[in-house]
Design a protein around this ligand. Structure first.
Ligand SMILES: [Zn+2]
Length: 224
């Protein structure tokens, strides 16, 4: 990191701290003042496991629906730097992970794009996995940046996110692939393809949330 980038980060951090001091805290789920997450919204973050298969047949188990309180809390974690919210979201993800992860399986995450990591300074999916009590093994990396998904139909999205990931050797082990939100499943399918190409045994996916299909359109603006 250059000293200039480092200086910028220091300035941004100082500004953020100043703003946090002067701006009132509000519940990430409902906007109630003076609390980071109110008890009502916390109660809305319980796991309600939902299972589906992607177009390529990958089994995906999601802890909650990406709407209402869970969607707002996850957005605040991802887009407003409110990393402490990971702790409130983690139990739901953790319960699903515990349910599907068999002994010997490797837990890994779908990586953030490089641009997103530069902007945020943290990896939300890794943070969620760690707060859930799992230590993800970094197997995947992006070898290509897909273009913005907004405005692309289902087929075009699939092409857009194909061939993005490359995996380190897995040598026959089963893999549990973790991501924050599943929309079409195309990203998970591409990550699973890369894992299998690297020698993975069975690959299954777990996500914190799933976008209800009828409302899947709006989730394209969701940066990973
Ligand atoms: Zn609330």
């Amino acid at each position: 990191m250059s000293s200039r980038t480092s200086l910028t980060k220091t300035v941004v951090a100082a500004l953020h701290e100043a703003l946090t001091f002067w701006m009132p805290i509000a519940c990430a789920g409902c906007g109630l003042l003076d609390v980071g997450l109110c008890s009502g919204c916390r109660a809305a973050l319980v796991a309600a496991p939902h299972r589906r298969r992607t177009e390529a047949g990958l089994a995906v188990t999601s802890a909650m629906e990406f709407s209402g309180v869970p969607a707002r809390v996850l957005r605040a974690l991802k887009e407003e730097g409110r990393t402490s919210l990971a702790r409130a979201l983690a139990p739901a993800l953790g319960s699903v992970l515990a349910e599907v992860t068999e002994g010997g399986a490797v837990v890994t995450t779908v990586p953030s794009s490089r641009a997103a990591y530069r902007r945020r300074g943290y990896r939300p999916v890794d943070l969620l996995a760690r707060r859930s009590g799992w230590t993800p093994v970094p197997l995947l990396r992006s070898v290509r940046t897909p273009r913005d998904q907004r405005g692309l139909d289902r087929a075009a999205r699939r092409v857009n996110v194909g061939g993005v990931f490359l995996s380190r050797p897995v040598r026959g082990r089963d893999v549990v692939l973790v991501d924050d939100v599943v929309t079409t499943g195309a990203t998970l399918d591409d990550a699973a393809r890369a894992l299998r190409a690297a020698g993975a045994g069975r690959v299954i996916a777990v996500t914190l949330a799933h976008t209800p299909r009828r409302r899947g359109r709006g989730a394209g603006s969701y940066e990973r």
